[in-house]
Design a protein around this ligand. Sequence first.
Ligand SMILES: Cc1cc2nc3c(=O)[nH]c(=O)nc-3n(C[C@H](O)[C@H](O)[C@H](O)COP(=O)(O)O)c2cc1C
Length: 420
Amino acid sequence: MKRLDDFRLRMGQHELVPLMIGGMGVDISSADLALEAARLGGIGHISDAMIKTVADRRYKTKYVKNKQALYKANVESHDKSEVKFNLGHLAEATRLHVEATMSRKTGPGQIFINCMEKLTMNAPKETLKVRLGAAMDAGIDGISLAAGLHLGSLALIEDHPRFRDVRIGIIVSSLRALQLFLKKNARLNRLPDFVVVEGPLAGGHLGFGMDWAQYDLATIVAEILAWLKAEQLDIPVLPAGGIFTGSDAVRFMEMGAAGVQVATRFTVTRECGLPAEVKQEYFKASEDDIEVNQISPTGYPMRMIKASPGIGDGIRPNCEAYGYLLDANGQCAYITAYNREVAAHPDERRISVKDKTCLCTQMRNFAIWTCGQLAWRLKDTTLQRPDGSYQLLSAEHVFKDYQFSTEGRIAQPAPEALPA
Ligand SMILES: Cc1cc2nc3c(=O)[nH]c(=O)nc-3n(C[C@H](O)[C@H](O)[C@H](O)COP(=O)(O)O)c2cc1C
């Protein structure tokens, strides 16, 4: 019986363990987590989501405070079109995070950055160009183009000196999305270096509608592999979404996948950026506690634990400080929903907004607990302490479990020493 370690992922001149830890925005896929994946010979991701907030936390900068001060007069206004990102600061924050991460890299693996197109930042093209360019300047190994079709993203960076050297891949959820991406970018004569095929069981935003349950990852992967073969296109394909064990991964490798992308199992590792108490919520979740809803202002359905404190919260939009989801016209679906509720309940001090969430604020505060569909199985991956809480895992333990396990088995960690 094969193990994932019997396969290798070829990426340029690199031969890697075919395991990629997916990007998890706002610093959930932390530098520490990505660095472990690289040390162990796989691929890890950092994320540039809310990069200025991440920089403030990690590198003691003051981007958010300064931006908030700059736009203070706008706080009460419904019109957020004035709230712009300073492109110089955006580049600086991105470089800080990427450089700090890359300078600590060890081992034969790679570190990529997850770039979501839906972070439109009140100037979609200009900000995306800066984000991608700054990450390449700072020495990132690769980029995953996420949360969007990215039809124009490559053209934004075609003049960058590292354009053909950095590994650039795209996340898609259908053959059609991949075909569209390839067609729109044919002029650049640069194929993506990898394609992540994200199915309906993944964490984060879904590339499906609310009918996600009708789709099946293996079917989409088979369709994409067959098409690439027919077109004689040699692009590594990495399925993602609900791959919970090494054996699940091997099944995809035997179909012809080049590697797999996983995330949920790493949310309960010590290196993951979630606060310790939130990791316990992930462990505790039962199948009924997980839902796909439409509260993300991006318009994409998102999967999360129902008890996430950010669901239904009616906080005032905080675009002056953040504003990552403002579209090209300075609008966000949460602002509309919030203003509607304020108008409907003029005498209430604390309102609730049920249909949308202020995703910037809530993700920054780790108050939306997004997870993959199989998060309810996390409790089976560890030991329970006498007080009922669950033992956290090391990223190395989970990584090696994917790499070496067979027959659907999940390795348990060594029991931690009890306090004397
Ligand atoms: C907590 C969490 C946050 C995520 N955030 C992002 C993100 O910011 N960008 C992205 O492209 N995918 C995101 N994802 C999706 C993962 O990168 C990955 O493709 C997917 O979750 C794989 O499925 P699995 O979690 O069942 O292994 C997130 C997933 C989780 C669990």
